[in-house]
Design a protein. Structure first.
Length: 330
């Protein structure tokens, strides 16, 4: 009798445990789906009953939260934005630790004074959620710009080629001294509301709210009225497209190259209970004129088109030739 009682108690315990795990898994997936339904830029265009039913049915087979990761990632494809993503907790941890702690090479910012006194600097992608990395990125960029300014260049070349995106905040802070106005780039959400991004006094603003603060060791470069050539290619994407859009319509700017990648939407990170990130597309890029870049894959068109060539050296030569031609013509 005692053995039967113990067996019954154990059976009840394991049943309760399995039920609790199932409830926890369902709650985890449901929360992710509710964030998608509330924040997705395409939320009004989607069949949410179908998305919930399909995703929760697949999640019912999962025995752990970790097993739901590919299920959640698959559900993101239903949002039809080509930009939303899911990052497991261990990946988020690596992003947060930054480049040095994870043994990665820090983004290389190249700069030089070209022959006949043209200033060249590139703006590389930065894939780190570490604020020390952001500060180093901005300070390195500012130091190089300040040094280039000593030569009083005829004009500037800012190279966004190969920059596939990453964190917008440090990129925007870096190029802010070259922008001629506020409210030059932002996002339009599912309700049609536009929120512009700005930078002032080491703070990044989303609308009227300062959402990021930086530690500057370098003096912010002086604004320039000299002509600036922005170089882009088909790799230029995501956050780098925000940077490109920020310059659209500026009087002393020409964008040179090809249409950009076409991931012209803004993402927001949402932390889930286990530390994973749901990175959700919440709006499309809008420029200073209010123009929305909503078509996936279309990208931002250049002012001066560079034809594709298999010869990289020749292509680069053509880019620089067009940039210098523009600067000299101003």
């Amino acid at each position: 009798m005692k053995r039967n009682i113990i067996f019954a108690l154990l059976t009840t315990f394991f049943s309760i445990t399995i039920s609790a795990q199932s409830d926890s898994i369902r709650m985890y997936v449901t929360k992710a789906l509710k964030i998608m339904k509330s924040k997705s830029v395409n939320k009004s265009k989607l069949n949410w009953d179908e998305i919930f039913d399909k995703t929760l049915a697949e999640a019912s087979k999962a025995k752990t939260i970790k097993e739901t990761y590919p299920i959640i990632k698959n559900s993101l494809s239903s949002l039809n934005d080509s930009h939303s993503n899911f990052y497991p907790a261990e990946v988020v941890k690596a992003y947060t630790l930054g480049y040095k702690a994870t043994g990665q090479e820090f983004p290389v910012i190249k700069s030089e004074i070209l022959e006949n006194n043209y200033a060249y600097i590139n703006l590389p992608d930065i894939g780190s959620f570490n604020k020390d990395d952001w500060n180093m990125y901005i300070n390195t960029f500012y130091a190089k710009v300040n040094d280039l300014q000593k030569s009083k260049p005829k004009g500037w070349i800012i190279d966004l080629r190969g920059n596939f995106g990453g964190m917008l905040y440090p990129m925007y802070a870096a190029i802010a001294p070259f922008l001629d106005n506020k409210n030059v780039v932002g996002t339009k959400d599912a309700e049609g509301q536009i929120e512009y991004y700005n930078y002032k006094d080491a703070k990044f603003y989303e609308g009227s709210t300062a959402t990021q603060m930086f530690q500057l060791a370098q003096k912010e470069p002086k604004p320039t009225k000299k002509p600036v050539a922005i170089l882009v290619d088909k790799v230029t994407g995501s956050s780098a497209e925000f940077i490109t859009a920020a310059f659209v319509g500026q009087k002393n700017i020409k964008i040179i190259g090809t249409n950009t990648q076409g991931l012209t939407s803004g993402n927001q990170e949402y932390k889930l209970s286990d530390g994973s990130f749901l990175v959700l597309t919440v709006g499309n890029i809008v420029d200073r004129t209010g123009k929305e870049y909503a078509k996936i894959g279309e990208g931002i068109p250049p002012n001066i088109i560079i034809e594709k060539s298999a010869d990289k050296a020749k292509t680069n030569e053509t880019y620089l030739k067009e940039a210098l031609k523009y600067i000299d013509g101003k």
